[in-house]
Design a binder for this molecule. Structure first.
Ligand code: DC
Length: 232
């Protein structure tokens, strides 16, 4: 463990697609004034970059090179909205399509890709603190984090949330297709050998099926208050 990781606290928020990780992570980070790592965006960027470079999504070596050489910039405006640039092109919306999610899940199953992105993710651990959103934040990337949250929700509820999210972004989709995509993605993310989607043994598990965003944020902040009383 380096000096930085001993002093800069991390909250990991893991869970399956559509479990609300992104929104909850953003709200918790805003509340604390901490940085945020959207690790799923990195896998989505590798998938998109590979497709643009015509790299086969089964070619692990070539994908690892894409991941290593990923030229990405996350730019936040004053309101906290993030614009994502890949090779200087704004790809903020392109990486949010279901197709990009599926490509991300395929490339994320390759151990060399995960290895290539490991350090890049750990570099986000900067003062005053980090909220890290993903699948293996608590189990692999920030295994020493003092606070680990794992969000769950049924596939139907997650698909409904995704549908609303996509609608707001002007992207059309249908519920049945989304449920099927989510189930496929769950199976791939959960059954892969390297860093599968599972809660860390010391994670707090929150089922969000019947909960609104504010309720989940409050629950996370209650854990923060208990574990890191000086932060709140
Ligand atoms: O969170 P998301 O839907 O943007 O993630 C897209 C895909 O990336 C997801 O299906 C699995 C993969 N992923 C991963 O394997 N590990 C992470 N830490 C984050 C995402």
């Amino acid at each position: 463990m380096n000096k930085q990781s001993q002093v800069v606290p991390v909250i990991t928020i893991d869970g399956p697609a559509g479990s609300g990780k992104g929104t909850i992570s953003q709200r918790v980070a805003d509340h604390l004034g901490w940085h945020i790592l959207d690790s799923g965006a990195l896998y989505r960027l590798v998938g998109l970059s590979a497709q643009l470079k015509k790299v086969d999504l089964d070619d692990e070596l070539a994908l690892a090179k894409v991941a290593q050489e990923l030229d990405v910039v996350f730019k936040s405006n004053d309101e906290g909205a993030v614009t994502i640039f890949l090779d200087n092109n704004d790809v903020t919306l392109d990486i949010r399509t279901e197709e990009a999610g599926s490509a991300a899940s395929q490339v994320a199953a390759k151990p060399s890709v995960r290895k290539a992105l490991l350090e890049r993710q750990q570099r986000f651990q900067t003062s005053p603190g980090l909220v890290a959103d993903g699948r293996d934040m608590g189990t692999v990337v920030f295994g020493e984090a003092p606070i680990k949250i794992f969000l769950t929700a049924s596939a139907e509820i997650r698909a409904e949330r995704r549908l609303n999210q996509l609608k707001q972004q002007g992207i059309s989709a249908n519920l049945r297709g989304l449920i099927s995509d989510i189930e496929k993605r769950d199976a791939r993310d959960t059954n892969r050998k390297d860093a599968p989607l599972i809660p860390a043994t010391d994670a707090t598990i929150i089922n969000t099926d019947e909960m609104g965003i504010n309720e989940v944020v409050d629950k996370v902040l209650t854990v923060v208050k208990r574990v890191l009383p000086k932060v709140l």
